[in-house]
Structure formats: C-alpha cells, structure tokens
Design a protein around this ligand. Structure first.
Ligand SMILES: *[C@@H]1O[C@H](CO)[C@@H](O)[C@H](O)[C@H]1NC(C)=O
Ligand SMILES: *[C@@H]1O[C@H](CO)[C@@H](O)[C@H](O)[C@H]1NC(C)=O
Ligand SMILES: *[C@@H]1O[C@H](CO)[C@@H](O)[C@H](O)[C@H]1NC(C)=O
Ligand SMILES: *[C@@H]1O[C@H](CO)[C@@H](O)[C@H](O)[C@H]1NC(C)=O
Ligand SMILES: *[C@@H]1O[C@H](CO)[C@@H](O)[C@H](O)[C@H]1NC(C)=O
Ligand SMILES: *[C@@H]1O[C@H](CO)[C@@H](O)[C@H](O)[C@H]1NC(C)=O
Ligand SMILES: *[C@@H]1O[C@H](CO)[C@@H](O)[C@H](O)[C@H]1NC(C)=O
Ligand SMILES: *[C@@H]1O[C@H](CO)[C@@H](O)[C@H](O)[C@H]1NC(C)=O
Ligand SMILES: *[C@@H]1O[C@H](CO)[C@@H](O)[C@H](O)[C@H]1NC(C)=O
Length: 752
C-alpha cells in the first residue's frame, strides 16, 4: 500500500499550520495584566494567562490570542495562525479549538484523487492534544487512514472503515462500519494524516465519494450515515470540528517543585493556590486550593467560595456556616447533623449526652487536678526529706541495724495526733507545739512540731537525729523518731507522763510537800543524764537549755532530761560558735552571753540554777520584786558571800535538813555559778558530789516511811493528771505552760 501523498502530487494540498509562536521565549517574567486588557472576544472569555494582547497575556508563546473579524463581520478569537478558539477552561487546563478535517475523494472515471491532509504542530507551544477527550476519527468505505508523528515520538496508528453494503451501517455507532475511531497517546503535540490508496473503489464510488479523517473531541461526535455519502466536509468552512488541547506552562519543562524555587517566574501568583504538575506533557498549571475559586494566576485571584450560597446543608433546620476555605453545617438544638445523609436527625441522646459529657469533663478535670496536686505534694515531700538529710539518715539506719528509731511519714503522725487536734496539745512554746499521740498501736509519744528551724539545723538534721537517737540513758528522754517529709522536721519522743521538776518545785501542787531528798534524787538523776550527754555521747552533746522545766518526770518520778531543740553537738573546731543566743533567761551562762561560745560548762552553770531552785524553792528570776533582788543567783551568791545562807533558804529546809547537806549543796551550786567557766566543776563531778550528798546519814527509819507515803501521794497526783488528760476533750486542757512561769513565757516542757 502506498500513501496518498505519493499518488497525485499536483492535487495534494498540505495544510501545515503551526499553532504557535514557535520560539520558546527564555524570559518568563510573570506580568500582572493591566485592568484595561480586553477579556472577551466573540462571546468567548479569555482569562489570564491568556490575553488578547501580548501585554495582556503571560509572555509565553501560545497564550497570545488574537481577536479577528471574519468575513461575516463577527469577531472571533484565534490562537496560532488561524485556529479558532471555542473556549478556555482554567480549572481543567483545556482549550477547545476548531480542527480541520483531512479528506480523500475520488472519481472512477479518471481515478484521480483529491487529497487534502492537515498537519497540526503544537509541539513548541503550550499545548498537547488531550488523550482523554480526543479520538482519531475516520469515516468512509474502504478507508484506511493513518495518524503519525514523525517529529519526535515516531508514533503511528490508524483505523480501517469498510462498508460494502450501506444497509449495514447505523447511526450513532462508530465501530468499523463506515466509521472507526482510535485513541491517541499522551503527550502528542503534532500529528500528520495519511490515507492508504490502492483500494478498488469501483464498488462504492457512486455512493461514497470521500473519506475523512480528523483528531477531534469524541464527546461531540455522533456518527450519522449521511456522513458516508456527503462531500460537504471538503469545504474548509464546514469541515471543522472541535479538538481539545491541554495547555500548561511548559517553560523549560519545569515541574512545580522547580518552578516554586524561582519566585520571579512562578505563575501561581494567588494566595491559596496550588501548583499542579501537568499530566500531559511537561510543565505545570495552577489551581485554587480547596474551598477557593477564581483565577490562581492573578494576585488575589483565588477567593473564598461561599458554599452556603448553594445551600449545601439540610433544608429542614440545617444552618450553614461559611468559613474561609470551607463551610460546615449545624442543626438547631436537639437535632444532630448526619454527615452521611446530609440531614438533621432528631437527637434523642442529646440532653443525656450533654449531661454525661459535662459530668465526664468535670470528673476528668477533678481527677486530673487531684493527681497533679498529689504528685506535686509528693515532690515537695521528697524535697524536704532530701533537704533534711533523710537519705543519709536512711543509709545510716540501714548500716546500723537494730536501731530503735523510726522515720515516720507525715500521714502516720497526722493519724497519731488526730490531725494535730487541739485536744492533743500538751505543751506550747515560742518555737513549737507538743502533741500527745499514739503510734504503732499503743505507744504513747510526745510529738514536737517546731514552728521554725534555722538553716544550720536544717542541713545536718538527719545526721543529728541519728546521733540523738543513739543516746540511750534512763535519765534522758528517748527520741523515738522523726518525720522529715515536712518543711520543719517533726520530732517524736517517748511520752513522759508526770510533769516537770519545775512544776514539782514551783507548781500549784506545791502543797504535796515533796521531800527534799526526792528533789535531791531528781537533781542527781538529771546530773547523771547531763553527764552522759557530755561525757559518754559520741560526739559529746551540749544540751544548751538546762532548766527545771526541761527535767521531765516519769511515772516513778524519775528525772528525764528533755528537749534537744537547742542542743548542739560539741564544736569540733574552734570556729564553730553559736551566734544565736539560745537558752532561757535566768539560766543563761554569763560567759556564753559574752563569748557566744556554748560549752559544756554553760550547761553546768544552768544546772547550778537548778540546784538553787531546789535549795530555795524560788524561781530563777522574779519580776515582782525590786530590781536588785530579781536574780536568784545573785541573791544567793551575795548571801554566800555574807555567810548568810539562811536568808535565802525556806523555813522547812532550814529546820529539817542537815546542815552538812545544805552546806554541801550550796557550795556545789556556788561552784557551778562561777563566772569563769573553767573554774566550774564538770558534770561528772557534780553527779558524784550529789551522789555523795544523798548518802549522808539521816534518820533511816523516818525517811523510809516518809518516802513510801510520799511516792504514793505523788503517784496519785500524777495519775489524777493523767486520767484527766485521757478524759479531756476539747479545749479545757491544761497546758504545762502558764502563769506559773512568769520568768519564761516561752518555756514549757518539750517545747521552747
Ligand atoms: C528565574 O527566572 C528568571 C526569568 O525566567 C530567570 O532570569 C532566572 O535566571 C531564574 N532563576 C533561577 C534561579 O532559575
Ligand atoms: C500576538 O499579539 C501580537 C500583538 O500584541 C500580534 O501582533 C500577534 O500576531 C499575536 N500572535 C499570535 C500568535 O496571535
Ligand atoms: C506593551 O507594553 C509596552 C510597555 O508596557 C509598550 O511599550 C508596548 O507598546 C505594548 N505593546 C502593545 C502591543 O500594546
Ligand atoms: C473526476 O475527474 C475528472 C478529471 O480530473 C474531473 O474533471 C471531474 O470533475 C471529476 N469528477 C468529480 C465528481 O470530481
Ligand atoms: C446488502 O445487504 C442486504 C441485506 O443484508 C442485501 O439484501 C443486499 O443484497 C446487499 N447488497 C449488496 C450489494 O450486497
Ligand atoms: C440517520 O439519521 C439521518 C438523519 O440524521 C437520516 O437521514 C438517516 O436516514 C439515518 N440513517 C439510518 C440508517 O437510520
Ligand atoms: C475493480 O473491480 C472490478 C470488479 O469488482 C473489476 O472489474 C476491475 O477491474 C477492478 N479494477 C482494478 C483496477 O483492479
Ligand atoms: C452504484 O453503481 C452500481 C453499479 O455500478 C449500481 O448497481 C448501484 O445501484 C449504484 N448505486 C447508487 C446508489 O447509485
Ligand atoms: C446521535 O444522533 C442520533 C440521531 O441521529 C440520536 O438518536 C442519538 O441520540 C445521538 N447520540 C448522541 C450521543 O448524541
């Protein structure tokens, strides 16, 4: 078979119409079209990047549209040299133009052919034939037509149409009888049509004179049997059909990724626009983002779509809310928007849902808050624990097993004291409050809750606790444990039930007539306790606040030295001075007042005052007497100087006790009160001397009897108080601090 072009050269008309301004313009400066640019021609919209003037279009070949007046006086838009433009779609990136039909006609008498083929070259422009919308369509009997692209792809295809018998062909069907169609590949920008010649047409010439072939929009084609017989399409004005062109910005065959990098050349100028890679050939197009519409190639071209103007929401009770770029539907209260069916459904669970949701939220928030608070509290507790040396304490406790010392949790102590109930208060002072509590089921304890603590104490607290806890002496109140989880550590002592030596000497129960020998015993025991602190504790401990109010009495009226709140470990180096004056007025070592250095001899001085109280039955400081006589110690010392001890002794002692005992005791007190600490005896010497004085011969039988009755009466007094304590509820609770201690308002036992 030969091609038609080879047959009758002199009749061959080749319509070669390149579409474009073929040169690829290297500069693609994105220009904003002037508002004066014409935007319509012959009823066809010409949107940017297309323009009716080079200055109004994207300055790239192919977007320049010319508006030409036809012979009928009507203006029509054209691209390329003479391709009439039907319409442009920005959304689909298509332009429809009128394409020419290639024809091949013949007559039998001369067998001459009439060939008119059409070459379409769009390759250098912005266009590609749409492979989706177009089909190569051939009409004729005994016709074979080829579509070829010799320029780049070498593509070649075609279809055959036959119709020996006219009665076989039908309207609307293009499937080989009188009409055939074939698809084209993607990326086609050029085509040439060729007809095969050599068919014996003698059978058909009298009813089918011509064959036709064209690439055209398939949708608009509807085969009619009349096309077989007509010769009308030879006329170039009639023989034009729409073809769909895909256009894109194909400068340098840039993809979106590349194009976006060059802002000066990037054509998608509008906000809310997206770049779309061309699927048919190289390059890219622009489109408005979802929810926007307009021209993405213009600045501010993409505008929000007011979806609500289309009433997309249910008509019954639906409320449309337009948002920038989108919209949403709601329904009136009590109804729920059903997205799938786009209806407003009655919402039976509405109220329940609302309530449950709200309650859930509240509960959820509460839980969250509680967990948050608890976590915070735990953190605080741990921080305190660490600050107070709890870790160190724990380690030591682990290494020294069998230590009767407990680190209580805050919760345990709160339980033990019934949340620090007022009725549990057994002592109050400037530095803290002491509560009675029960721990470990039935163990009574005194819980001292300090109100302040200084930095020095804070740091070494755990360590100090450990040392104090190891002190185990019958005349020293035992430290049972502590709690470090709180800001100011809480100390837990063994509970000592029968008041203080202060009360015994100066209290309201004075009427009990405590024997002098009992007081002496208590003093001796207290001295033994202090001696233990000074000499046997390791490291040595200075009590720092020795006074009768700090000598507690147990159920056997045995002395127990208490309150280590002011205690310091004996200084290990010379520099370690106590800068804060501690202790209690009337008991303070004058040397300590001057040097600020607390020594064991400071305790000795204070103990001398205790001895004076026992001797004289007077308080260390009297405020209701002339200034000269206020201080017990100076009264006593001056009496001693004048050798007139009787002046300070109460009558019952003067009469009853042996002169040697009184003398010895007074002499001991005097030594204790020496202005110079180094001249004072040590605690051990005091204890030994008191032991010696107690053994001085008296009337043995009288004393024994007297002691038995006395102890009994004391016990009764103690347990009366104790039972009163147990029965006590509410506020009517006697605190050990009161008017009876005018000298030392902050003093009480346990608490200072
Ligand atoms: C960006 O495009 C302009 C104009 O087309 C061109 O002159 C320039 O070289 C391009 N720059 C880059 C980085 O591609
Ligand atoms: C492009 O526009 C110019 C006028 O600005 C015109 O002279 C030219 O013919 C047009 N080219 C095409 C291919 O339409
Ligand atoms: C296009 O604009 C330039 C300057 O803006 C002007 O010089 C030129 O004449 C214009 N061309 C046409 C066809 O209007
Ligand atoms: C057939 O061919 C002859 C010779 O070329 C021509 O004169 C005649 O018009 C043709 N007939 C038709 C119907 O085209
Ligand atoms: C065309 O087909 C019809 C029906 O099939 C038949 O009657 C007729 O003879 C055929 N004509 C030719 C020329 O084959
Ligand atoms: C096809 O339709 C045309 C009119 O559009 C009519 O003249 C012709 O007879 C029809 N052909 C057949 C086979 O029905
Ligand atoms: C064409 O076919 C007819 C009969 O169908 C025959 O008579 C004629 O010779 C053929 N012509 C050619 C050129 O083969
Ligand atoms: C075509 O010509 C053949 C004989 O050549 C004849 O039989 C037939 O009827 C003709 N048909 C038409 C439509 O003129
Ligand atoms: C094609 O035309 C026929 C009549 O000629 C008509 O019945 C049919 O619906 C048309 N089909 C389309 C797809 O337009």
């Amino acid at each position: 078979m030969e091609y038609g072009s080879a047959v009758s050269a002199q009749l061959m008309l080749v319509g070669l119409l390149a579409v474009l301004a073929a040169q690829e313009t290297p500069v693609a400066v994105v220009a904003i079209p002037s508002p004066e640019c014409q935007k319509r021609c012959g009823g066809v919209d010409i949107p940017y990047p297309f323009g009716l003037d080079r200055n109004c279009s994207l300055p790239v070949g192919g977007f320049n549209v010319s508006c030409q007046q036809g012979p009928d006086g009507v203006y029509r838009p054209f691209i390329g040299r003479n391709l009439e433009l039907l319409d442009i779609s920005l959304i689909h990136g298509t332009a429809r133009v009128l394409n020419h039909i290639s024809t091949y006609c013949y007559n039998t008498s001369s067998r001459s052919m009439d060939l008119d083929t059409w070459k379409f070259n769009a390759l250098h422009g912005q266009y590609r034939f749409s492979d989706v919308h177009n089909k190569f369509t051939v009409i004729g009997c005994n016709t074979l037509a080829y579509i070829t692209d010799d320029t780049s792809t070498g593509y070649q295809s075609g279809c055959v149409s036959t119709c020996q018998n006219l009665s076989l062909i039908a309207n609307g069907s293009c499937s080989g009888l009188g009409c055939c169609q074939t698809s084209i590949p993607r990326g086609l920008g050029f085509y040439d049509v060729r007809f095969a010649v050599g068919f014996n047409t003698s059978q058909i010439w009298n009813f089918s004179r011509c064959s036709y072939a064209v690439l055209m929009e398939a949708e608009t084609f509807n085969f009619s049997t009349t096309y077989i017989t007509t010769t009308e399409f030879k006329d170039t004005n009639v023989g034009r059909v729409p073809v769909v062109m895909d256009w894109a910005i194909r400068i340098g065959a840039m993809s979106c990724e590349v194009a976006k990098q060059n802002k000066t050349a990037y054509a998608c100028l509008s906000d809310n626009s997206d770049c779309v890679d061309s699927v048919n050939g190289p390059g890219y197009r622009c489109s408005c983002s979802k929810g926007y519409q307009g021209n993405p190639y213009l600045e501010d071209g993409c505008q929000d779509i007011d979806e609500c103007s289309d009433s997309p929401c249910p008509s019954a009770g639906g409320i449309c809310h337009n948002t920038v770029g989108s919209y949403w539907c709601s329904c009136r209260p009590g109804r729920r928007f059903n997205e799938q069916r786009n209806t407003c459904d009655p919402d039976t669970g509405f109220i329940t849902g609302l309530t449950v949701g709200f309650l859930g939220l509240v509960i959820f928030s509460l839980f969250g808050y509680m967990i948050f608070q608890k976590r915070k509290l735990n953190q605080v507790k741990q921080e305190y624990f660490r600050q107070h040396g709890g870790v160190l304490l724990f380690e030591k406790m682990r290494s020294e097993r069998g230590l009767a010392f407990t680190v209580f949790t805050e919760a345990e102590l709160i339980q033990a004291t019934n949340n620090y109930d007022k009725s549990r208060i057994i002592g109050k002072g400037g530095h803290g409050i002491v509560y009675k509590g029960i721990v470990k089921g039935n163990m009574p304890v005194a819980i001292k809750r300090c109100t302040v603590i200084n930095e020095r104490q804070k740091k070494g607290f755990g360590e100090e606790m450990l040392i104090l806890s190891q002190i185990n002496h019958k005349n020293i109140v035992k430290l049972v444990g502590c709690c470090l989880e709180v800001e100011v550590p809480v100390l837990v002592y063994e509970f000592v039930p029968c008041g203080t030596l202060y009360e015994l000497i100066h209290g309201k129960n004075q009427a009990l007539q405590i024997s002098f020998s009992t007081l002496l015993r208590i003093a001796h025991e207290a001295a033994e306790g202090l001696n233990f602190l000074h000499s046997h504790a390791s490291p040595p401990i200075i009590h720092g606040d020795v006074k009768t109010a700090n000598v507690l009495l147990d159920e056997n009226y045995m002395a127990k030295v208490s309150d280590f709140g002011a205690s310091i470990l004996a200084p290990s180096d010379e520099e370690q001075y106590v800068t804060m004056v501690q202790g209690t007025c009337g008991y303070l070592d004058p040397e300590y007042m001057q040097t600020c250095q607390l020594t064991q001899k400071s305790d000795v001085y204070s103990f001398g005052i205790i001895l004076l109280e026992i001797l004289t039955g007077q308080v260390p400081l009297k405020l209701d007497v002339p200034e000269m006589q206020r201080s017990l110690s100076s009264n006593f010392l001056s009496a001693m100087k004048e050798n007139n001890l009787d002046a300070v002794l109460p009558s019952h002692i003067k009469g009853q006790e042996s002169t040697e005992l009184i003398r010895g005791l007074a002499e001991l007190a005097k030594q204790c009160l020496d202005m110079c600490g180094s001249n004072r005896p040590s605690m051990k010497e005091i204890a030994d001397e008191l032991g010696r004085l107690r053994k001085l011969p008296l009337h043995p039988w009288v004393q024994t009897n007297a002691q038995v009755t006395e102890t009994q009466s004391l016990l009764t007094a103690c347990f009366e108080t104790a039972s009163f304590e147990l029965d006590a509820s509410g506020t009517g609770y006697p605190t050990q601090e009161g008017e009876s201690l005018p000298m030392n308002p902050t003093s009480s036992y346990y608490a200072r």
